[in-house]
Every structure is written in C-alpha cells, then in structure tokens.
Design a protein around this ligand. Structure first.
Ligand code: CTP
Ligand code: CA
Length: 225
C-alpha cells in the first residue's frame, strides 16, 4: 500500500545520522568507550527513513538492528566516523547523535604489559576531530545541521554555548546526570530541549522513539518550508 505523498515529505532528500559511541584503541586488546547505546540515533534514522528520506546512518559499535530503509556504515573510531560522514556528502541535513570520544590514544602496537615496578602506563591522549563543527564550517555544509549535547549540569547554558561554538542550526540538549531513576544513556526515555536561533523548546519526557518521530517531523518541516 502506498503512502500519500504528504506522508513522505522527505522523499528525494538525503540525511546523514551519526549514532552510538566510538571506540578508541589503547592497544590491540583494549579500548576507551562510553555508555552510549545508539538507541536514540537509530530511532531518528528510522523515523527519517519513514518520512521518505534516504538515510546514511554512520554507526559506532552498537548491538542494534538496522532500521528499515536505512543505509548503515559501521565504524569504530572517531576518525573513521569523520571520514565516513565526509564520504557520505552531499546531504540536505545531518543529525549528529553519536557520543564521539573526545580523545584518542597513541595506541601501542602490542598488548601493554604490567611492569614489575607496579608503575601504571601513561596514556598519551590527543584530541579527536570535531565532526559536527567541521561539517558545519565546510563548503559542503548541509542546509540543516543538528547536534546533540549531553550535559550533566547547566544543560541549557552549555547547549546554547555549544550551538554557537560548533555552528549548528539546532542543538538537542539532554540531561544525562541520571539520579532520576533510569539514566538517559542506555535507557528507553529521553527529555530534551531543542535550542535554535529562535530560542528553546522543551519537550516532555518521552520514549526515545517518540523523540525521534517529533524530531524527524521538525526536520521535514524545516527542509520543506
Ligand atoms: N561531536 C562530534 N565530534 C566530536 C565531538 C562531538 O561530532 N569529536 C558532536 C556530537 O555528536 C554532538 C555534539 O558534537 O552532536 C556535542 O557533543 P558533546 O560531546 O556534547 O560536545 P563537545 O564539544 O565534545 O563538548 P564537551 O566538552 O561537553 O564534551
Ligand atoms: Ca564531548
């Protein structure tokens, strides 16, 4: 059964979505990771595809099925994610949901061994490329660039500053401090604030799928305005 044309407002549009954590190797058997499950980003990719978009989902290491109608590119590190986003351009919109590691390690070629002295190894960290800021400043910038901000304090102040610093059109801000029962990272629900040039729109606490549907509708409205 075919959907009416207005149910597929993103037909002919390409959207890039990043999701999940990145893994940054320390040596051949160890890595730095974070608590992102990829759930919110995968739901957003699926919701955009349901509105007719061609969706490239650049996914860090997660255990989730690929949403229907979504083209998935699996990556491990932030640097691989940056390259995959670049390779997926051009796009009409980009939604950067991934919890990208801020640093990578100058990884050892061999497994790091304990020292008889008990001295722990020093990990030399170097900053990863900022995929969102790079894309927002790029000559191939999508018309709509959406970032996420996971904060544990001063959520709106940090998110507003982040929007300006990174050159995003919208920042979807959430409080990941936890303590209110189930935590956002890995959990099923999310309460977010949409920070735009026009101000802040606060949504109620919703299942991640519902946040995804609302955000996809808002993206469709912005791209077709
Ligand atoms: N992001 C990115 N590349 C990075 C780091 C972050 O694309 N190397 C994106 C995330 O996907 C998210 C947004 O930037 O959409 C904000 O990420 P966040 O970690 O909250 O911002 P940071 O600038 O890294 O600031 P913080 O010091 O708070 O971690
Ligand atoms: Ca960060």
């Amino acid at each position: 059964k075919r959907l009416p044309a207005d149910a597929r407002p993103l037909a002919g549009r390409h959207v890039i979505v990043t999701a999940g954590p990145t893994h940054e190797p320390i040596d051949p058997v160890r890595y730095i990771a974070n608590r992102s499950s990829g759930r919110q980003g995968f739901a957003i990719a699926g919701a955009l595809a349901a509105l007719g978009a061609r969706v490239t989902l650049v996914a860090g290491p997660v255990v989730l099925p690929t949403p229907a109608g979504v083209d998935r590119v699996d990556v491990e590190t932030a640097r691989e994610m940056a390259a995959a986003v670049d390779a997926a351009l051009p796009a009409d919109a980009a939604v950067m949901v991934a919890a990208v590691a801020d640093w990578h390690v100058a990884a050892a070629d061999q497994k790091i061994k304990k020292q008889p002295s008990g001295a722990p190894p020093a990990l030399a960290l170097a900053e990863n490329p900022d995929i969102l800021a790079t894309l927002a400043a790029s000559p191939r910038r999508p018309a709509l660039v959406v970032g996420f901000a996971a904060e544990t304090e001063q959520v709106l102040a940090h998110a507003t500053a982040k929007r300006a610093r990174k050159g995003a059109d919208w920042i979807v801000a959430n409080d990941v401090s936890g303590g209110k029962g189930e935590s956002v990272m890995g959990g099923a629900r999310n309460s977010v604030h949409i920070v735009t040039a026009d101000g802040v729109e606060s949504w109620p606490d919703l299942p991640k799928e519902a946040v995804a549907t609302r955000l996809a509708d808002r993206i469709a409205a912005a791209l077709t305005a």
